[in-house]
Design a binder for this molecule. Structure first.
Ligand code: HEM
Length: 535
């Protein structure tokens, strides 16, 4: 009963147009010329050289030579599936966003899960953050919720992202390690960036070795805005909760699986869907006002902080079901282009400086990854709502635009689209003023209170796993000063945690690193056991 017919049809109908099935069809060239012999090239004499004029051989080889495209600069390794989102309620009190327009509303989706650091062929169970990207094909255009399986991030400002990724990726001289955080450059960087401490705790926890994509949470991470018909806005954090519960591997399992079955998560997702055990996630919202946010002592524009659920409960608003595997990995999973800038009426960004940089990055990278500015026409990326504008030409243009008018204003008419006016996308009318400067709010300087909250929320076994993971990873780090800096930062989270790791490494515990003094200290709930999300 979880797959209403319209949920299936509305997603697949647009793609059926381009689905190709060659069974019982005559073999042909790309020009449609029938091919009689696909075994032998054209030669001068029975043992002679191959002729340059063999256009069938050349077309086949030439196409093959260009089969590969660049892999994603991050999140290269991933798996995806089609499905649908079903809203529980009419949320028009908060937002005009199409998926939440009425109770029971169905929106087709395509979701891709990924590791971050590993290359396209790397193992699924590496210790890493997982991407959790969902494309909603809504009535008002595509909305991409491009999240991760952890609610916080390593850095606060997009300008540090290339540094983070350069430190995290295989080292440039010998290209090792392929898919792991266990190396000098990574730990060097994070040791010098204490803002990464909270995320490091998550990354060394069991959350970084999920049992399955089906048992992972997802988070939009940043604060977004929801906007209603009157133009009123609420701040919002997005949460995906797996209906199957959140489950992890233990490190020994993960390490063994990397060798025994590098496709472990890919296979698990594929087989579950083939067998009709459709994975499901509930979407939840943390909704809060700007005034509430101002009273918390941490900044909701800081992506290294979450909002404990005791402070703002998560309201369930709908459910995603993945019920159909892709027909072709390249056409769908590889060519899908998620983008943090893809929002729809009723949803807006916040001024989170990490999010602001992401708005630029995705389209930019996809122009080179997918060969020019028209990748929105690739079937998996094209919206189900109509596309009409005066953008023209460019590599690989598919649409055939008619008429001579592709500019505005014009007096010639002839098929020019009209502006949607009040039905069009409207940004939240935020009042903004200030000096132009490269700086950050004072509260961005506090890095340890939420890391402690997370560590305290873990059971004794889970804390043990975190200690073991730090010991293992840091034991691979060659430079003693780097280990010392990591431990000095961790001493600010919990001296016993730092001491336990140091003990495993045979090191003395260094004094804690200097801590920024805030005029106002953040206040968190006394009992952190529920602060994160249901386990
Ligand atoms: C993929 C940039 C932070 C989630 C990517 C890609 C780029 C990128 C260039 C490859 C896209 C492609 O080739 O299609 C950035 C920048 C960031 C940032 C510049 C910070 C300034 C984040 C954060 C999250 C995130 C905070 C999670 C909230 C993802 C996901 C993908 C991705 C899930 C994979 C999408 C897919 O499955 O195709 N990112 N990213 N990124 N990013 Fe980010």
């Amino acid at each position: 009963g979880a797959t209403p017919a319209n949920g299936i049809n509305r997603n697949n109908a647009p793609l059926d147009r381009v689905r190709s099935d060659s069974a019982e069809q005559r073999l042909s060239s790309n020009q449609g010329v029938p091919i009689g012999d696909n075994q032998n090239s054209l030669k001068a004499g029975i043992r002679g050289p191959t002729l340059l004029e063999d256009f069938l051989l050349r077309e086949k080889i030439t196409h093959f030579d260009h089969e590969r495209i660049p892999e994603r600069v991050v999140h290269a390794r991933g798996s995806a599936a089609h499905g649908f989102f079903e809203a529980y309620d009419d949320l028009s009190e908060f937002t005009i966003a199409a998926p939440f327009r009425s109770a029971g509303k169905i929106t087709p989706v395509f979701a891709r899960f990924s590791t971050v650091a590993g290359e396209r062929g790397s193992a699924d169970t590496a210790r890493d953050v997982r991407g959790f990207a969902v494309k909603f094909y809504t009535d008002d255009g595509n909305w991409d919720l491009v999240g991760n399986n952890m609610p916080v991030f390593f850095i606060q400002d997009a300008i540090k992202f290339p540094d983070l990724v350069h430190a995290l990726k295989p080292e440039p001289h010998h290209a090792m390690p392929q898919a792991s955080s266990a190396h000098d450059t990574y730990w060097d960087f994070v040791s010098l960036m204490p803002e990464s401490t909270h995320m490091l705790l998550w990354q060394m926890s069991d959350r970084a070795i999920p049992r399955s994509y089906r048992t992972m949470q997802g988070f939009g991470v940043h604060t977004f805005r929801l906007i209603n018909r009157a133009g009123d806005a609420m701040f919002c954090k997005f949460h995906w909760n797996p209906m199957a519960g959140t489950h992890s591997l233990v490190w020994d399992e993960a390490a063994k699986l990397m060798g025994a079955d590098p496709d472990f998560h890919r296979r698990d997702l594929w087989e579950a869907i083939e067998q009709g055990a459709y994975p499901q996630w509930e979407l939840g919202l943390q909704l809060f006002t700007e005034a509430q946010a101002e009273s918390w002592g941490f900044d909701v524009l800081d992506a290294t902080k979450l909002i404990p659920e005791e402070m703002v409960p998560v309201r369930p608003v709908g459910r995603m079901t993945l019920h159909r595997n892709p027909d072709n990995f390249f056409a769908e999973t590889e060519q899908v282009a998620f983008c943090a800038a893809h929002i729809i009426p009723g949803i807006d960004f916040s001024n989170d400086p990490l999010l602001q940089g992401r708005i630029h990055s995705y389209i930019d990278t996809q122009i080179s990854r997918l060969g020019g500015p028209n990748f929105h026409e690739i079937p998996i990326n094209s919206p189900v709502s109509q596309v009409h504008n005066n953008q023209r030409d460019g590599m690989h243009r598919q649409a055939i635009h008619r008429g001579r008018v592709s500019y505005e204003p014009n007096s010639l008419g002839g098929g020019c689209p009209y502006q949607a006016g009040h039905q069009g996308y409207a940004s939240f009318a935020e009042n903004v003023s200030g000096d132009k400067l490269r700086s950050k709010p004072e509260q961005f300087a506090e890095h340890y209170a939420q890391a402690r909250l997370f560590y305290d929320s873990q059971t004794a076994d889970e804390q043990r796993h975190i200690i073991d993971a730090f010991r293992f990873e840091l034991s691979k780090v060659q430079i003693p000063a780097v280990r010392t800096r990591v431990l000095a930062n961790l001493s600010n989270v919990d001296p016993a945690l730092a001491a336990a790791i140091a003990d495993g490494l045979g090191m003395a515990v260094p004094p804690p690193s200097p801590v920024a003094g805030l005029t106002e200290t953040p206040v968190y709930p006394a009992s952190p056991a529920l602060s994160l999300t249901a386990r």
